[in-house]
Design a protein around this ligand. Structure first.
Ligand code: SF4
Ligand code: SF4
Length: 329
């Protein structure tokens, strides 16, 4: 079903045209000195990526400290991982809205965090998945490892990819239904994010009780090694919520067809397998806002962040006039 070939070839600095390869019009700085445009672009890519990975790592460390304190501190004295998960807000929302009660193992903090990330998604798009989610960071690390080991990636055919993305909505429906009917945080027993970062496998290892979670986590990690962001693309229920909210985002990545040269470099960088080169004019609501395509695009004004976007309608004719987030070019 899937063909095997290198994916995200464009993510390495090698994909940015070198000085010898540089396209016509790729100029040096004032006076013929300083970096070429290709070099400036490579620097921009590295800078944005470094910032993103630093934030992801910081959040991951924070959550591991929370889990560590919870397992090693006095019983009941420290918050558990469950208390700092925005998806817990989604899981308890129906019960809370209909009965005023929270399902077991959820807290008001889940509702507050859930609301905060949804408001953020409306304001700035789905940057949570690209910049904050620690499980997204783990998948990025696995993709990085695969490239370092020069392992082949599996690129899921476009049609299968489109169908498999509905898997997130199926998981979301099952989780909400089960949470309401069991009145507990049902998904925590299967969630690979909670399994990995909750550190139960380290402090309360019980294979008889934990085997479904461990099996799912192992399979998801193995799949993420060969398919970039496998969990985010096909299974994450919070991603399903973001995908719906993404249609209302005020800030969205937009392509300007009249400027775009159809080189498709941007497609090769996208960690969630989108095709910014085909955006008309906005990229899919599944975009995680990583900015890789924007920093990689060699044509000024072809791809950028447009805003404010109201209900999917661009308010500007071209990117030169919009509040484009510039990255040094
Ligand atoms: S479309 Fe661009 S910003 Fe969105 S996920 Fe893909 S590469 Fe990142
Ligand atoms: S948006 Fe930029 S990188 Fe993507 S196809 Fe157009 S010119 Fe190439």
């Amino acid at each position: 079903m899937a063909d095997v070939r290198p994916a995200r070839e464009g993510v390495t600095m090698a994909a940015v045209p070198s000085v010898r390869q540089r396209p016509s019009g790729d100029t040096r700085g004032p006076g013929g000195r300083g970096p070429t445009r290709a070099q400036r672009r490579a620097r921009d890519i590295a800078r944005v990526r470094r910032a993103r990975h630093l934030i992801q790592a910081g959040v991951a460390v924070f959550l591991l400290v929370v889990a560590l304190r919870h397992h090693t501190g006095e019983s009941g004295s420290t918050a558990s991982m469950d208390a700092v998960c925005p998806f817990g807000g989604v899981e308890t929302l129906v019960t809370w809205a209909t009965t005023g009660e929270l399902i077991s193992r959820t807290h008001p903090s889940n509702l507050i965090l859930g609301l905060a990330v949804l408001v953020a998604a409306v304001l700035v798009g789905n940057a949570f998945c690209g910049w904050i989610c620690p499980f997204g960071a783990v998948q990025d690390a696995l993709a990085w490892l695969r490239r370092r080991l020069r392992l082949p990636a599996v690129r899921v055919p476009r049609r299968a990819d489109r169908i498999m993305r509905y898997g997130r909505f199926v998981v979301l429906g099952v989780v909400v239904y089960a949470s309401v009917h069991t009145a507990r945080l049902w998904f925590a027993d299967y969630d690979p994010y909670a399994t990995l970062f909750g550190l139960g496998w380290l402090f309360e290892f019980d294979p008889a009780a934990m085997w479904p979670a461990l099996l799912i986590t192992g399979l998801v990690l193995a799949a993420s090694l060969v398919v970039d962001r496998f969990w985010c693309r096909y299974l994450c229920p919070l991603g399903a919520v973001f995908s719906l909210v993404g249609h209302l985002s005020f800030l969205r990545i937009r392509r300007v067809p009249s400027t775009c040269t159809d080189c498709r470099l941007c497609d090769r960088t996208c960690p969630v397998g989108l095709e910014p080169s085909r955006a008309r004019p906005f990229v899919s609501a599944d975009c995680i806002g990583c900015m890789d395509c924007v920093t990689t695009c060699p044509v000024k004004g072809a791809l950028g962040v447009d805003g404010p976007v109201l209900a999917g309608v661009p308010r500007h004719r071209d990117l030169e006039r919009v509040s484009r987030i510039r990255v040094g070019r």
